[in-house]
Structures are given as C-alpha cells and as structure tokens.
Write a protein that binds this ligand. Structure first.
Ligand SMILES: [Zn+2]
Ligand SMILES: [Zn+2]
Length: 440
C-alpha cells in the first residue's frame, strides 16, 4: 500500500518539469487511526472542535470519537448529526445547517466522520467559515476525500465548488470494510473508471502535447491494476484489500492535487456520468451514485478504445467549429445548460487549435496510436470481469440508464466539458455518429 508522506505538504520538484504541492499534512490508514487523530488534535493545541456525522456514521465512529475527546477533558466537542433517511445530499439546507452550527459554537477545527456527502458538506461549510477540517472517511466510496473542491447539489443541480483540502485524513480499514456494499461497489467503479481516464490523458499527450506526469500516472495506475486483480477478495470485504481500494482512491485524489486538476482521474467515463446527472437534473431519471455510474460507463468507454486498433488510417482532425448552427442545436438539446456547454466547447475548439502541434498525421494508424498510448486490451478484459464480479453489469438498464440513453450519451457526452477525450478523437475523425454499442 502506498505511503503518502513523500507527496504531502511540501513542494516536489518533479522530473515532469513541474513543481507539485499537495495541501494535506498527514494521511493515516490503520486500526490506530483514532488514537493518532486524538494526538494530532492535541498537538495542534485545539481546545474546541466540532464533529459532523450522520445517524449511521455516528454509531460506527462519531460517538466513539466524541467520547475519546470528552473523556480527556482537554478538548470541548460539539457534535452535529445529520438525520440521513437515505436522501442526505450536500445541498443548500445541509450546508446552511453546518455553517450555522459552526457560527454558533466557533470551533477551531471541524472533523467530518462519514463518506463523500458528509465530507463535502463539511468541506464546504468549514471553508466558507474559514475553519480547517480533518476527514475521517467511513467508506471507500469516492476518490475525492483529499480534494480541494466540493461536489455539491445546489438548486437541484450537481456542481463543484472551490473549497479546501482536509488538513489530515485518518481512516480505519475495519470500519470501511463494514460500509454498505453499495458504497464499496461505488468506490470500485470510480477506481476502475481510471482505466479509460488515464488513456484519455495519454491520448491528449500523444496527439496534442498535453502536460504529462509519470509520477501522477503511476499513483493512479498501480492501485487500479492491483484492485482489479483482487476484486474477489474485495467482494468478501477483506479489510486488507478494502484498505488498498481506499488507498487507491486516495492516490487518485493526490494525483489530481499534484496536477492541479482532475485530468488523471476523470475522462470520457466521467463525462458519461455527468451527462446522466444532467438527465437527472432534467427529471428524466433520478440521481444515482457517482461511482456506480462511472463503473457502468467504463464498460462502454473501454469499447471505444477496443475499437481504436481497427482504424486503418487516422486523419488530421476536422476542426471543431462552434458556429451559430451549433449554438442553436445546443440550445435545443441543453436548454438552461446551453450557455455552459457553448462555453466549454468554445474553450475546447480553441485548445485544439492551439495544440495541433503534430507535424504530420500522415501514416498514423489505429494500431500505431494504440501502441503510443500503451493500450492494454488484456487489462481491459480483467477490468470488465472484475466489474461484473463486484456486481456492476455491462448491459443496460442499470442506474436508470436505458439502452436508448446510452446511445444518446455516446453522441453528446463530450459536450459537457472542455477536456479532450477519446470521444473528441472520434468526432475529429468524423466517426462519432457512426459508432454504436452492440448490446446483444
Ligand atoms: Zn469519480
Ligand atoms: Zn510531475
């Protein structure tokens, strides 16, 4: 399992030519993590802290943590528990409640005990209140624990907002091994999503000279391959493998922090998921778990890469033109979200033009390009089997995505973000409209 010290809280002059900085002081994954957290809080001379959890994580860990501090009589604790009837989301009401509690008791430190939702409520509320926070994750369900951005649901729409990273992360593998099965599945789905996000990054590097960092790549790729091999042990909730899954998700978070963006861990499979979130916002389907959506999507985004070696020749791409006709159609499809889509796609068109540095596209074939990005089809088949064995199917319907929506997603998911992915590659080749998933 990766130890993170060498990446944390200091400037790293990297062989990639950049200086990386990960603004997290400490990460500890182990059964002594609560005792370490206690020491950490005392070392920082904190006299007054707040614990935020929900009714499940309170029973699992929140009460235990509060008692630890209260018994010591060294730290005054305010305990805020969200009632979670299965529908807790990081929305305006939850954030206001956390903000009001912070304003009322003025803690010097806030401790989030929970999975992604509790962590993001706390991350954002503590950030706008100007108070540091520490994360105590209770499930290996998302890669965002170390993130500086909060995933929120404001006015019914999923958005990300600038916030801050936790000062430290303390996690107990035995607690995470007892997390609800769906949260473990979701974490695995989000991790396996990196199978195509890493290739999208490599593709953009090979074709357009995007910034590459071998160190950040390795941080994501190594645990991805290990966890895919260990899917059966994960299903049995082996705490050792659960800890490695969590560590792998955290590694992705650290790689993102190193690059200053989500490039290493979010590509076309995440754009599929964002498209489905847009459909949920429109009321076409309900919001479903991020990690399950990504895990489902990656079955299909792997298909897109599997097709690549079959291309006999690759041409200089058609320019992406965002003209009046394009904008008119965007308004038809995207409604209120059209302005954002047009902005993202205009940025992409400009980026593609500025980065079209390949002197020659002549002679480039699908096979040569597959070699250049180290396409590993054997790994794909292992990843696919691992997803199936953990319970993420490769055929719709799943997570309220029908076969029809899936095909529509193939045509339009690339419009949600300015980031270049294999979807944009196929569009540039004039092939996006000709592709379809075979779902027999
Ligand atoms: Zn994700
Ligand atoms: Zn680097």
């Amino acid at each position: 399992m990766e130890t993170f010290e060498r990446y944390l809280n200091h400037e790293i002059a990297c062989p990639c030519g950049r200086t990386h900085f990960v603004p997290v002081e400490r990460v500890e994954i182990g059964e002594n993590a609560l005792a370490s957290l206690y020491e950490y809080v005392l070392d920082r001379h904190v006299h007054c802290a707040m614990v935020i959890d929900d009714i499940h994580t309170r029973d699992v860990l929140g009460d235990r943590l509060c008692n630890l501090f209260m018994d010591s009589h060294k730290v005054a604790i305010t305990h805020v528990t969200f009632e979670d009837d299965g529908h807790l989301s990081a929305d305006d009401a939850a954030i206001d409640r956390a903000k009001d509690a912070i304003a009322a008791s003025k803690p010097e430190l806030v401790i989030a005990v929970g999975s992604g939702t509790i962590t993001d409520i706390t991350r954002y509320a503590s950030f706008v209140s100007g108070i540091p926070f520490v994360s105590v994750p209770t499930a290996p369900s998302v890669d965002g624990y170390a993130s500086t951005v909060a995933a929120l649901q404001l006015n019914g729409m999923k958005v990300t907002k600038s916030a801050h990273a936790p000062m430290a992360i303390f996690a107990l593998p035995s607690v995470m091994a007892d997390a609800p099965a769906e949260l473990i599945q979701a974490g695995f789905g989000d991790l396996v999503g990196k199978a195509t996000s890493l290739l999208d990054w490599r593709l953009a590097t090979v074709l357009y000279g995007e910034n590459w960092c071998e160190e950040a790549f390795r941080l994501v790729d190594t645990p991805l391959r290990y966890c895919v091999q260990q899917a059966d042990r994960l299903k049995e909730r082996d705490p050792e493998v659960i800890a490695i899954l969590f560590s792998g998700l955290l590694s992705s978070g650290i790689a993102m922090a190193m690059m200053g963006n989500s490039r290493p861990a979010s590509g076309c499979e995440h754009h599929f998921s964002h498209y489905w979130d847009f459909k949920a916002f429109r009321g076409v389907r309900p919001y479903r778990s991020h990690g399950l959506q990504v895990g489902f999507a990656v079955h299909f985004t792997m298909n897109l890469y599997e097709y690549l070696p079959r291309l006999e020749s690759i041409y200089r791409p058609r320019p992406l033109v965002i003209d009046e006709e394009w904008i008119r159609r965007a308004h038809e499809r995207w409604g209120d979200a059209a302005a954002e889509v047009v902005r993202e796609q205009s940025a992409k068109a400009e980026w593609l033009q500025d980065h079209d540095t390949r002197l020659s596209w002549i002679g480039l074939t699908g096979e040569t390009l597959a070699d250049m990005i180290d396409l590993d089809l054997e790994f794909f088949s292992k990843a696919r089997s691992a997803l199936l064995s953990i319970g993420i199917p490769d055929r719709p319907p799943y997570v309220d995505v029908t076969a029809e929506l899936l095909q529509e997603t193939l045509l339009h998911a690339n419009e949600v973000r300015s980031r270049f992915t294999v979807l944009d590659f196929y569009m540039g080749q004039g092939l996006l409209g000709a592709l379809s998933f075979s779902l027999d």
